[in-house]
Design a binder for this molecule. Structure first.
Ligand SMILES: O=C(O)CCC(=O)C(=O)O
Ligand SMILES: [Fe+2]
Length: 469
């Protein structure tokens, strides 16, 4: 079948000549739709990062470094001198970054020194410091605070006067990677704040100021951990030396499940907004005018997730409010699924069940038919009265998607999946824009499901209370 010429009873508006050929025609303003207001109001994110300082024993600040046999040096990053730091800078290589799969050196984008992990050894022991537990509860909420994570050391960086790293995301090094951790040593410096941008919000962290104001009797490091799909940059260092260790953070399985605190032993409370969100979804499902004949609720996810070929791992790796939404739906016996979303020609979205590999980087348009022929998934028509006169395909009532939270970003083309990263993208692992889709069934059947969920929640509370008395 050739790519159909889509004809619609109300034709999609032609982009005007000064518009991008692929200007997004995404479903607009669910956040302002009164039916979805309560849900959107209940979705509040904690910031996508956590920061702090940590007092460490004196040996933790000792660093050995060198690039060839026999030339290793020792430096104590608490008591160091200007000349010792200058030597460290001279030993570093220029730090690169990634534009898609390419490694790039460009001092107008990133100016910093780096040592790979085979050129240094630090006495800072991340495992023993207990910092990973602090990071886990700083980044995650509810039961996710109990999920085990692991860190892999990545690089040592030195930002001397005039150094910076412009806006980027951290390149995924596996589909189980969720974050990055930066340790900033207490070497004197000014500037070099880490700035974050996510969904129209901005934050910054000034590690030098945090260490200075910690007033600890013993020296401390500063740390910042963040979801690595969140855009960030290091502002220009205006004086001194900013010495950092970077780690990639991964989900993992507990090495010894018996040692790991189970839900029964330690149960962090659910995030404060989860109950409000659940009751807002409940009210919507109870509304007989909402998708009366059935259909799907769609939620644009706020984070991106690293993917290789399949998407099956994503549902258990959700971050921030994405995770809270999925939990609320599951507690109402709904089964959300994750789809990778592409905008195609003719005002259509294609929601893929796996990562497509059919892109021709030279193609201007993502052609719907090539998806249909090659990737399992679902066509979503953004116009309600869509009808393809050639094939007779119509939007059926039961196929309708109501976008409950904004679908702000979609993947446009394969080549755009990876962008500016802190290293070259591994071609088989990229960040993707995704949505959470959930079939809600016709109104008549939904009420029973909501009642059953409410009854189950009540039984759970009563039996817990009984146990306690
Ligand atoms: O040094 C920092 O605070 C962040 C560095 C960074 O973003 C990176 O190395 O990718
Ligand atoms: Fe980064």
């Amino acid at each position: 079948m050739v790519a159909s010429k889509r004809k619609q009873s109300s034709p999609p508006s032609e982009p005007s000549s000064d518009e991008e050929p692929h200007a997004l025609a995404l479903p607009s303003g669910p956040t302002s739709d009164p039916r979805f207001k309560a849900i959107n109001d209940a979705i509040s994110d904690k910031p996508p990062f956590c920061t702090g300082t940590m007092v460490l024993p004196p040996e933790a600040f000792v660093l050995f470094y060198g690039k060839s046999d026999g030339d290793a040096r020792r430096i104590d990053l608490v008591k160091t001198s200007e000349s010792a730091l200058r030597h460290l800078v001279q030993t570093c290589d220029p730090a690169s970054f990634g534009v898609n799969a390419q490694e790039v050196y460009d001092e107008s984008y990133r100016k910093a020194g780096k040592l790979d992990s085979d050129a240094f050894a630090t006495k800072f022991d991340l495992e023993r410091s207990g910092l990973l537990d602090v990071v886990r509860s700083g980044l995650f909420e509810g039961l996710d605070e109990l999920k085990p994570i692991r860190a892999e050391m990545y690089k040592l960086n030195v930002y001397s006067e005039g150094s910076f790293f412009k806006s980027h995301v951290d390149t995924p090094r596996g589909d189980d990677m969720f974050g990055s951790l930066v340790i900033i040593f207490p070497t004197e410096h000014m500037g070099g704040e880490l700035l974050f941008r996510h969904h129209k919000k901005e934050w910054s962290f000034d590690a030098a100021a945090a260490i200075a104001s910690s007033n600890a009797a013993s020296p401390s490091i500063a740390y910042v951990a963040f979801f690595s799909d969140v855009e960030h940059e290091v502002s220009r260092v205006t004086s001194g030396y900013r010495v950092t260790l970077t780690y990639n953070l991964y989900w993992t399985t507990p090495p010894n499940p018996l040692r790991f605190p189970s839900e029964e032993v330690a149960k962090p409370s659910a995030p404060a907004n989860e109950a409000a969100l659940k009751s807002a979804v409940e009210s919507l499902l109870n509304d007989p005018t909402f998708l009366p004949k059935g259909g799907k609720m769609g939620f644009g996810l706020r984070h991106q997730y690293p993917v290789k070929k399949t998407l099956t791992h994503v549902i258990s790796h959700l971050k921030g409010s994405d995770h809270i939404i999925s939990n609320a739906l599951q507690s109402l016996y709904l089964t959300p699924s994750i789809k990778m979303v592409f905008q195609t020609e003719y005002n259509c979205l294609y929601l893929c069940d796996e990562v497509p590999t059919l892109f021709d980087p030279g193609e201007d348009e993502v052609v719907l038919q090539s998806f249909i022929d090659n990737v399992p998934g679902t066509v979503i028509y953004l116009s309600e009265d869509f009808e393809d006169l050639e094939t007779g395909i119509k939007v059926k009532e039961g196929d309708k998607v109501e976008w409950v939270t904004d679908l702000t970003k979609v993947n446009e083309r394969g080549e755009k999946l990876a962008t500016y990263g802190n290293g070259p993208a591994e071609i088989e692992c990229v960040y993707g824009d995704m949505v959470l889709l959930v079939d809600v069934g016709p109104a008549a059947r939904r009420a029973a499901r909501v009642r059953a969920a409410a009854a189950k929640a009540k039984t759970r509370t009563t039996s817990r209370k009984k146990g306690r008395w």
